[in-house]
Design a protein around this ligand. Structure first.
Ligand code: NAD
Length: 363
């Protein structure tokens, strides 16, 4: 089915409020989720709701938290997210870091112990909207590992994302690299599993470390209650040892230097999703002349895009461009949602006490 973003947002907003979120929090989280769907990242959109419901029911996700600034020293700001909705506490922590960066030109912001931060590109977009450059390194804890290290045959890390954001100009959209350090994010495998589709070769391994195309090998991570799940396999790291190395640094920067924790086994794993983020925010105007910077961004992007495409149907794109193309398309045509994901969302609403008919009336 195809749903207009505004209708889907009304429904998600109602479900989040029913889950205990204030009007403001529900609005921020719903907006983040719908924007992820609009950007084409269904893995981090409304399909996360069943997972969030499980966390709410077990008190592993706590609505209406405000990030606590537990350390502030010069340009350093360290926040604790208190297991709140990452989309909400992450937005507040970034707002405070950006505000400080306007004075100091450089801020090192960490955010530990927050529930799922969602699409990390959202925080890069927040910096870009303020004219700032930002770098984000994130790890995932309190969750069973999902990603095998290079040369390994079982899961030891999570999909540890990295985001790098650079403002554009009037002519050139921003450059936004926002990626998991696994070859695909777990949610992409969830979407393929829900659609009953096989994945490409090389993205997954089964429980014996053998390459697999069946997303069921990781279904146990997403639907642990499902009885017919095969033994757990793993996602593979992006670019072999290079992605594995970046995932390790997400642990060391995001997990360790935030004062949160790494995924090493001395720390408990309650099967929730805790993110820890290490962010550097820079005011580029303190380093270079902004009109010159904008010209350079335009010129380097044009230089890359001028490369004749190896395949005529696939022109060179700039990081962030696929999301912009999806945004424009989905704003015009609506967000496609598979039947299983749609049903799962309605079941979440019902579990929280909403009537199915009332939810459908919101659409
Ligand atoms: P992806 O592979 O779809 O895209 C990764 C990046 O590559 C994007 O910046 C995109 O613009 C760029 N890109 C894609 N095709 C391109 C092309 N042809 N030319 C140039 N650039 C191109 O993304 P992913 O790795 O599957 O990650 C999906 C989302 O999952 C991200 O938003 C990420 O933040 C999120 N994530 C979150 C967590 C978490 O714990 N919160 C964990 C993992 C991933």
């Amino acid at each position: 089915m195809i749903i207009q973003a505004k209708s889907l947002k009304r429904l998600v907003d109602a479900i989040l409020k029913q889950g205990g979120s204030s009007d403001e929090e529900a609005q921020v989280v719903a907006d983040h989720l719908i924007r992820s769907n609009l950007a084409g990242h269904d893995s981090h959109g409304v399909g996360m709701l069943p997972t969030y419901l499980r966390m709410l029911q077990t008190d592993l996700l706590k609505p209406n938290q405000v990030p606590e600034l537990f350390k502030s020293d010069g340009s350093i700001m360290m926040f604790d997210g208190k297991r709140g909705y990452g989309q909400a506490v992450g937005k507040i922590a970034m707002e405070k870091a950006i505000e400080k960066c306007r004075e100091s030109g450089l801020v090192l912001m960490t955010l530990r112990n927050t529930h799922h931060l969602g699409r990390i590109g959202t925080y890069g977009e927040q910096s870009i909207a303020a004219g700032m450059v930002s770098l984000h390194f994130v790890n995932v804890t309190d969750h069973t590992p999902l990603v095998a290290p290079f040369r390994g045959s079982d899961a030891r890390f999570s999909t540890n994302p990295i985001c790098l954001a650079m403002p554009g100009s009037e002519k050139q959209p921003p450059v936004l690299l926002d990626m998991a350090t696994s070859r695909i994010a777990l949610g992409k495998a969830r979407v393929a599993f829900n659609k009953g589709e096989a994945l490409k070769e090389g993205l997954l391994i089964d429980h014996q470390g053998q390459s697999s195309t069946d997303p069921a090998v990781i279904a146990g991570y997403i639907f642990p209650e499902r009885e017919e799940n095969p033994p757990l396999g793993a996602l593979t790291p992006l670019g072999d040892y290079k992605g594995y190395g970046l995932a390790m640094f997400c642990e060391l920067l995001g997990g360790l230097l935030s004062g949160g924790r790494t995924i090493q086994p001395e720390h408990e794993r309650q099967n929730s999703i805790i993110n820890n983020m290490f962010s550097i925010i820079v005011d580029p105007g303190k380093l270079v002349d902004v009109p010159w910077m904008q010209h350079e961004v335009e010129a380097i992007a044009a230089h890359a895009k001028a490369s004749p495409p190896a395949n005529q149907e696939e022109p060179v794109l700039i990081p962030g461009e696929p999301e912009l193309i999806s945004l424009n398309e989905r704003l015009a045509k609506g967000i496609p949602l598979d039947d299983a994901s749609w049903e799962q969302i309605l079941v979440v609403g019902e579990a929280l006490g909403l009537k199915r008919e009332a939810m459908l009336n919101l659409m």
